[in-house]
Design a protein around this ligand. Structure first.
Ligand code: ATP
Length: 251
């Protein structure tokens, strides 16, 4: 009987320790009552209405919703690319409301962003473009950063195209270079706006599986806007937005 009581006590303490450990892990994204407006005077228009949302390290969250409902605006606010007008937004422990430009710059080094339009530098090869990402890894030597860039290009299936300039690549290939560049910086948060839009279905799945693996291996939280029904199953959580509001939480 005493042995049984001791085991109950042991497992009780173990469960408590695990619970404490879990609650001690800081959230990657913590949003409370976030609203946003564009324009001034009579042209002022509210595009986000009191958004609240939490994302944990390693979680893959997909965001869907009709065109113009505010998905990209939300992503750019989380990515520290816009000023917070109303509400609280903490990313990787940093409060973004009233934050300094320096804080936002430092924070952006830990956020990988894949936006539509690729934003590749036209005069650099695919490899050099990806190396811009790995160059953010201050503790690595030049050779190591170069090796990282090559490795990520291989991961996205572009080993044959490393020395090509962006204008010699297809839309889908440019998209993959942009993805490799974001991953090469080993981000703690990855924000992606329709990353599979320009990709065929097989490549799209491969890329999304890669993002999922990154989330698990590096405890990187992923928030991805998508209209692609083929990739919904990779999500830990599906969010839906409409008219600037988060509607459903489909677990
Ligand atoms: N810089 C801006 N100035 C003024 N209005 C803007 C600006 N950016 C976005 N908007 C407006 O804010 C609303 C939300 O736009 P947003 O791009 O966030 O939507 P979205 O859901 O990402 O759309 P899509 O799926 O088409 O990319 C839209 O009505 C858009 O016209």
């Amino acid at each position: 009987m005493q042995t049984l009581q001791r085991s109950f006590k042991f497992f009780g303490l173990l469960a408590l320790a695990q619970l404490k450990h879990k609650s001690a892990i800081p959230l990657t994204v913590q949003i409370k009552d976030l609203s946003h407006w564009f324009g001034n005077g009579s042209m002022k228009k509210q595009v986000l209405h009191s958004i609240s949302l939490e994302i944990s390290p390693g979680e893959v969250v997909l965001l869907t919703g009709p065109s113009g409902c505010g998905k990209t605006t939300l992503l750019t606010l989380i990515g520290a690319l816009r000023n917070i007008q109303h509400g609280d937004l903490k990313v990787l422990g940093h409060q973004l409301r009233n934050s300094s430009r320096k804080t936002r710059q430092r924070l952006r080094r830990n956020i990988g962003m894949i936006f539509q339009g690729h934003n590749l530098l036209r005069c650099l090869t695919a490899e050099q473009n990806v190396q811009i990402g790995s160059d953010l890894l201050a503790s690595f030597t030049y050779e190591e950063r170069r090796a990282q860039a090559r490795q990520w290009l291989e991961e996205v299936g572009l080993q044959e195209h490393m020395s090509k300039l962006p204008h010699d690549l297809s839309g889908g290939q440019k998209q993959r270079v942009a993805i490799a560049r974001a991953l090469a910086a080993r981000p703690k948060l990855l924000l992606a706006d329709e990353p599979t839009a320009a990709l065929d279905s097989a490549t799209g799945r491969e890329i999304v599986s890669l993002l999922k693996r990154l989330a698990l291996e590096q405890s990187c939280a992923v928030l991805m806007v998508t209209h692609d029904p083929r990739i919904l199953d990779v999500a830990d959580r599906l969010l839906k937005m409409e008219d600037g509001r988060l509607l459903h939480f489909l677990e």
